[in-house]
Design a protein. Structure first.
Length: 198
């Protein structure tokens, strides 16, 4: 029988610290994917995911379970990502070209199917890279809200608890992020819609 996060947290709090590895195993891939999409840097995402798990472990004694463990972990990771982005802005301004040249091998894009069609795989990879590139170009606050809503699949209420922002402002950011992504990924449709408006 699969143990819930809540059960494992209580066990770790009671002294069965080896069970924490189950939480790491359960949440690591998703946490890395979120941090990668927020930062666009695979090694930074891996480092922050590790740091988030360490901080969560260190704070587990005081964790009361008011939110789900996964939500609490995301909150820790978001704070780390925000700190990293603030630090990066202070020390070095990266050009958009440099961001667009990054093509890390995301674990989410690796081929796992038995029937492998190279042409289809190339098309899927190009689409995934265009999508990742478009996400990286979003303003940080839009990117964060979009990733939490559509990649992490958190509700607006959960995102509000994680970020401290209002549900209304989060909905606006996600809506604007979607609009910017559509304009970036489908520029011909945006131009066609503008022609119809004239």
């Amino acid at each position: 029988m699969l143990k819930t996060d809540e059960f494992i947290v209580r066990a770790v709090q009671a002294g069965e610290t080896e069970m924490y590895a189950q939480l790491v195993s359960r949440h690591s891939e998703r946490l890395f994917a979120m941090l990668f999409r927020l930062t666009g840097d695979a090694s930074a995402a891996e480092e922050m995911a590790h740091e988030a798990f360490v901080r969560a472990y260190e704070g587990l004694r005081s964790f009361r379970g008011e939110a789900a463990f996964g939500t609490w972990l995301v909150q820790i990771a978001i704070h780390l990502a925000r700190d990293r982005m603030r630090e990066r802005r202070r020390t070095k301004v990266e050009s958009l070209d440099a961001l667009m040249e990054m093509t890390p091998d995301s674990p989410l894009l690796k081929e796992t199917r038995r029937s492998y069609d190279p042409q289809s795989a190339l098309s899927e990879r190009e689409t995934a890279e265009r999508f990742e590139g478009a996400i990286k170009e979003l303003p940080a606050s839009y990117r964060e809200a979009f990733v939490l809503r559509h990649v992490q699949d958190l509700s607006y209420e959960e995102i509000s608890k994680v970020t401290g922002d209002t549900v209304g402002s989060l909905k606006v950011r996600v809506h604007r992020a979607r609009k910017l992504l559509k304009e970036k990924l489908f520029p011909h449709k945006a131009a066609y819609a503008e022609d119809l408006m004239e």
